[in-house]
Design a protein around this ligand. Structure first.
Ligand code: ZN
Length: 338
């Protein structure tokens, strides 16, 4: 199946009450892991690339990797998404590369660090919506600021600071009316990266009630949870058992995400858990078989370890079993709907 607009997938998810994991790709092994998990569980897929991923892998490699994924898996609907576009220009270049969805993150200025004004956010998001929707491409926007930094992008807010930049439901409602975005990333206390919480998060740091309130006001806007890796202890333990040095840390429990899915969360960004799985598997080979030097000897187990994590998330979010039920909507058809 050719790549589909993310909106078509999220509309189906909303109609049937499930969520879709959005997994980051930087290289061939990661996209293979995601597709292995998707075919095993019959799941539709969102693959996403950050600006950092696009410069690391080069747009041309990335474009051909996703085209290969679509070619090899004709029964799996795939949306390709630009994660955290820092400017309209970044989003437009992604669209030129064949991405079927873009995030215009105008919550921060173009430097990707400084929190921006509401007016700036509306202005850049509207520019992207106008061009993207004319081509049937989906637009995710962000209101409020997430904690942490991801691939050099983020205000670097600590957990406490992030709590001062939570999404305001009034502002979210006004923002969607002002911009016409399809999906909205909300700040509810999550942070990018592995170090999200110092203890298992409770309602005072992870504001799931805020999701319910935003969804009540914006029932037709697909909500997006960023920084939603669960950072399982088992994966940290493998890394540390084989020479790693990661301190104890806590992510977003899968049950909290499932609660979010009941209240309008349709896209869940997961990257850290996959990084942990890959690193643990590689460390294990290095520690147990120090004589090995063929990259395939450690990349193959790394790929399998990531596929296991992706598979578990696909099942937990409810997207498993849905691939063959998502309607085949083309970009042209989607453009006409806007
Ligand atoms: Zn993010």
């Amino acid at each position: 199946m050719p790549l589909i607009p993310m909106r078509a997938l999220l509309d189906h998810a909303a109609e049937h009450g499930y969520g879709v994991g959005a997994f980051n790709v930087n290289n061939m092994e990661q996209i293979q892991s995601i597709m292995m998990a998707a075919t095993e569980t019959n799941s539709p897929v969102i693959v996403q690339a950050s600006r950092g991923a696009r410069s690391y892998s080069n747009d041309n490699y990335l474009r051909h990797l996703m085209l290969a994924a679509a070619e090899l898996n004709p029964s799996i609907p795939i949306a390709m998404h630009q994660d955290h576009g820092n400017s309209p220009a970044t989003c437009f270049s992604a669209i030129d590369q064949g991405f079927t969805s873009v995030m215009m993150d105008g919550s921060l200025q173009e430097d990707g660090k400084t929190p921006a004004s509401y007016e700036y956010n509306v202005d850049v998001t509207k520019q992207v919506v106008a061009k993207a929707h004319a081509l049937g491409v989906t637009v995710e926007a962000e209101i409020g600021c997430l904690g942490g930094i991801e691939d050099g992008h983020g205000a670097g807010l600590s957990g406490d600071e992030a709590l001062e930049h939570l999404t305001d439901p009034d502002e979210a409602e006004r923002f969607v009316a002002d911009t016409g975005c399809d999906a909205l990333a909300v700040a509810i206390g999550t942070s990018h990266g592995a170090y999200k919480f110092t203890k298992k998060p409770t309602g005072d740091v992870l504001k799931m009630d805020l999701i319910a309130e935003i969804h009540r006001r914006l029932p037709d806007t697909h909500l997006v949870m960023h920084g939603s890796s669960s950072v399982p202890k088992e994966l940290i333990d493998i890394i540390n058992r084989f020479g790693g040095e990661m301190p104890e840390t806590f992510g977003v429990p899968v049950e909290a995400i499932q609660e979010g899915i009941k209240h309008g969360v349709r896209k869940i960004n997961v990257d850290t858990d996959n990084r942990l799985a890959i690193t643990g598997a590689i460390r294990k080979v290095f520690a147990e078989s120090p004589g090995k030097f063929d990259p395939r000897d450690y990349l193959k187990p790394a790929r399998e370890a990531m596929a296991e994590v992706v598979k578990a998330r696909m099942i937990a979010f409810g997207q498993a079993g849905m691939a063959d039920k998502v309607p085949h909507v083309t970009l042209e058809e989607m453009a006409k709907r806007y």
